[in-house]
Design a protein around this ligand. Sequence first.
Ligand code: OAD
Length: 231
Amino acid sequence: MNIVVLTGAGVSAESGIPTFRGPDGVWENHRIEDVASPEAFLRDPDFVHGFYNARRAALHGVAPNAAHFALAALERAWEGRGDFLLVTQNVDDLHERAGSRRLLHMHGELRQMLCAACGARHPWLTEADTATSCPACGETGLRPDVVWFGEIPYHMEPILAALDRADVFCAIGTSGVVYPAAGFAAQARRNGRGCILYEINPAPTGERYFDHVIAAPAGEGVPEFLRRLGV
Ligand code: OAD
C-alpha cells in the first residue's frame, strides 16, 4: 500500500510558526505581492530579503512537534510495506529535523539560497542581502530558494508519479487554496486505485470530499492517523 502525505503550514502551527491565512496569519501582516513574487524581488530586493531573513531567524527558536515526529515514525514503519512520500508546502525544516527523509519541499526551503547568476544552491542559516555574494561564482544576486507566486513549484514530476501510485493520500494542515497542491487529492482520487483520502485539520476544508476527516490539531490528528493505518 503506497502513501502520499501533503503538509501545509498547520503542521508547524503547534511548533509556533504562524500559518498564512486567518487571524495573525503571515498574509494578514504582509501583502503577497510585496514579498512573495518575482516582481517584488525585482522592485525591492532588500525588503524581500528582510522578510525571509526574519522568518529564517525565527527557525532557530522552534522545534518539531508531535506531528512531525509521527510522520517520521510512519516513514520508518512503512519501509518494506509500500512506497511513502511526504510532500510539504512548508519552507521550514521541521520535518527533516524530526527525521523525515523521503521528503520533497515543493515550495522550496528557507534555509537555502539560490544564485540567480549560476544556479547554485547553498545551505543558509544567517541573513542575506543584495550585497551578499554567491559562494560558488562570487556574483551578487542570491535569492531565498523559495517558490514565489507565479513560479513553478519544485519536484512536480516525482510528486505526480507518487500520486498516480497512491493508495492512501492524507492532507494535513493546509487550507487547500493554493494550486497545484490544492489539486493533489483530486489527482490521487483519479488514479484508478481506489485511493482513500484523509484530511487532518482542526477546521476541515473538505468534509464532503475526503473519505476520512480527523478534525483535530496535527499533534493529535497525525498519531490518530497512524493508529488507523495500524502503525
Ligand atoms: P494556510 O495558512 O492557508 O492554511 C493553514 C491550515 O492549517 C488551515 O486550514 C488551518 O485550519 C490549519 N491549521 C491551523 N492550526 C492547525 C493545527 N494545529 N494542526 C493542523 N492544521 C492546522 O497554509 P497553507 O495551506 O500551507 O505558499 O498555504 C499554502 C501556501 O500558501 C503556502 O505554502 C504559501 C502560502 O501562500 C507560498 O508562499 C508559495
